[in-house]
Design a protein around this ligand. Sequence first.
Ligand code: C2E
Ligand code: CA
Ligand code: CA
Length: 653
Amino acid sequence: MLKIRPYYVKIKHIFAKERRHDMNIAIQCCSLMILIVIMYLYLSCKKVFLNSEFAFFNLLCSTVLCVFMDIISIVLMSKYDYFGRGIVNGVAKFYLITVVNVARCCLMYIMSNVYDNGDKLKISRLAVYGSFAIVCIGICAAPIEFVSDGKVVYSKGLSLYVSYVFLCIFTLQSVALLAKYSRVLNKDRVKVMSLWIILWIAVCVIQAFYKKQLIVSFAITLGMLVVYIRLENPESALDRETGLFNQNTFGPYVSQRFRNGERFSLIMVTFDDFNKAPVSGTIRCKKEIINLFKDIPNTFAFKTNENDIYILYKHSEEAEKMFELLRRRFILYGDKEFRPYISYMPHSSITDNIDDMLHMFRQANRSNEMVEHHCIIIDKAFRDRMMEVQKIEKMVNDAIENNRIEVYYQPIYSTEKHIFTSAEALVRIRDDKGKIIPPATFIEIAERNGTILKLGEIIFENVCTFIETSDVLQYGLEYIEVNLSVVQCEHEDLAKEFIEIMRKHNISGETINLEITETATLASKKKLIANMIALRNYGVGFSLDDFGTGQSNLNYIVDMPVDIVKFDKEMTTAYFESTKAKYVMDAAMHMIHGMKLDIVSEGVETAEQLDTMEELGIQYIQGYYFSKPLSQNEYLDFIHKKNKDYYEQHNKQ
Ligand code: C2E
Ligand code: CA
Ligand code: CA
C-alpha cells in the first residue's frame, strides 16, 4: 500500500491539472464501423465453416472487441475523475488483454492454415491458450499508469510492458510459422499474412516509441480488411454460375471432415461430355438438380472444376432418400437422352482420406456398371472390388518388370492334313510365388488401364522368338494364332510395331495369324482395318474369334478381311444340345464356307464332338480332346511326338 500511494497521488496530480481532454476517438470509431460492415458481409454469406474460417471469425470478433475496448478505455480515461480509479484501471487492463488477444487469434489463424493434422493443431492451440492465460494474469497483476499531454490520454506502466512482451512472442511465433510453411502454403496467403504481420510489428514499434500515437485500432482494422478481401471473402468459396460451393471449398472441407473423424455421405452427379457439347436438355436437367440441391438443410452442395456436382450429407438416411429420388426422377423416369451419372457413397467410413475417396469416385465413373445403369453405389463391396483390381494391376506390372509373362500354346488339329498345323498362343502370368494366373483374371483389367499394349507386345515377341528359335516349322506347324485385344486393334502403330518385331526375329508374316474379336466397344473400325491391311500386306493372316457368342454378327465376317472364323466353345457345345443351335451353326457354316473361309471349332472335348465336326467339314479342331494349353517345352514335346511322321517324311525329301 505504501508503494501504491505515491502512484495514485501522481495520477491524481496529472488529472487534476488537466480535467478536460479531447477524446481522440474518431479513428477508432471509423475502424469499428468498417469492422461491423465486414462482420455483416461475412455473416450474411453461406459457408461450410472450415477450421481456417472459424479461426478467421474468431479473429474478426477479437478485433471488434479490441477496437471497441479501445474506444471505451479512451472515454473512461478522459473522464477519469468521474468514473474512478478502479473502473478505469480495470478497463485499461482489459483493453491491453484484447490487444494481445488479437495477436493470439492471428497466430491461431495462421496455425489453422498450416497444420493439416488435427492433433498437431489441438496441441498447439492448447499451448497458445496456456500462454494467453499467463498474459491475462500478468496484465491484471502489474500496475498501470495514465499519461495525459492535454490532447490525448494514454497508458503506461508494467502492465503495458507485459502486454508488449506477449505481443512480441505471439507475433514472432506467427512469423516463424509462416516462414517454416511458406512453401506449402498458397502464395497469396503467405503474401497477405506477411503484410499483416509487418503491419503489426510496425504498429508495436511506433507505439513503443510514440506512445501518443493511438494507431493500434486503425492498423488492425486495416489488416482485417486486407485479409477479408484477399483471403476470407466467402464469395470466393462460391461458384458464380450456380451459387454452390466451389472446388476451393470442396477439397479442404472434405479433408477436414476426414481429419476430425466426422462421418458423412456423398452423392455425385455428373454428365456426359458436358464441357464438349453442352446440350440444352443437359443444361435443363443440370439446373433442376442444382435447384434441388441448393437449400437443403444440413447439407453442403459443391460444384468442382470438372463440372461434377457433389452433395454432402451428415446423415446417411437423408442421403439415401435423395439418391432414390435422383435415381427415379432422372434415371428411371427421366429423359433417356440427358440422363446424368450418379454415384453414391453411403458411408465415408469406407476410406479415411479424400484422395482415396476421389479415386473411388473416378473408378466408379469409369466402371461398366456406371455406363450401363447410370448409377452406382460406392460401398465396402465396391471398395474391395477396386482394391482387388489394384492388386491385379500391380501383379501385371510386376510380372512385366520381372519377366514373368509366359505364353502357353494349345495345339490346333487340321482335319484335312491330320496333323497339328497350328496353335493358339495363350498368355499366363507366373506370380511371385510361382503360381500360374489365367488370363481371365487380368486381361480385362489390363485392357481397361491400357497395360494390354505392353503385354500384347511382350506376348508377340515371345511367340516370334519361339518360332525363330525352335524347330516347330519343320514339324509341320504353319502358323501360330495370337489373340489381339480390341485396345491393340485400335492402336495406331500396331502394324508398324508388329512388323518390326517380325523383321527383328527374321520370321515371315505367314507364320502368324492374329485373332480379332467383334466387340460393341470398338471405337475406331477405320484404324483396325488400316492395321489389318498393313499386316496382311506383310503376309499375316486373321481369324475372327469367339463366333457364336452374344456379340457375333454375320455382317462382321463380310466387313472384315479375315481368313478363318473360330466357332466358340459355347457354339460347339450348343450344337450337340439344341436343334435350334444346330440349324444356326449349319447355316453359318454354309455361308462361311461359301465365302471360302476356314473354320476352327474351339472347345472340342470328346471323340463324338470331333467326329461330328470332321463330318461337317470343319477344317480345324481345337480343344481339350487333343490338349489343354501347354507350356512352351510341353508343346514342343507334344508336336515332336504327334507330328513325328510329318517331320520324318519332309526330312527324307
Ligand atoms: P479365347 O481366345 O477364346 O481362348 C480359348 C480359351 O478356351 C482358352 O482359355 C482355352 O484354354 C480355352 N479352351 C480351349 N479348349 C477348351 C476346351 O476344350 N474346354 C474348355 N473348357 N476350355 C477350352 P484361356 O487360356 O483361359 O484364355 C481365356 C481368354 O483370355 C481367351 O479366350 C482370350 O480371350 C483371352 N486371352 C488369352 N490369351 C490372350 C492373349 O495373349 N492376349 C489377349 N488379348 N487375350 C488373351
Ligand atoms: Ca482366341
Ligand atoms: Ca475363342
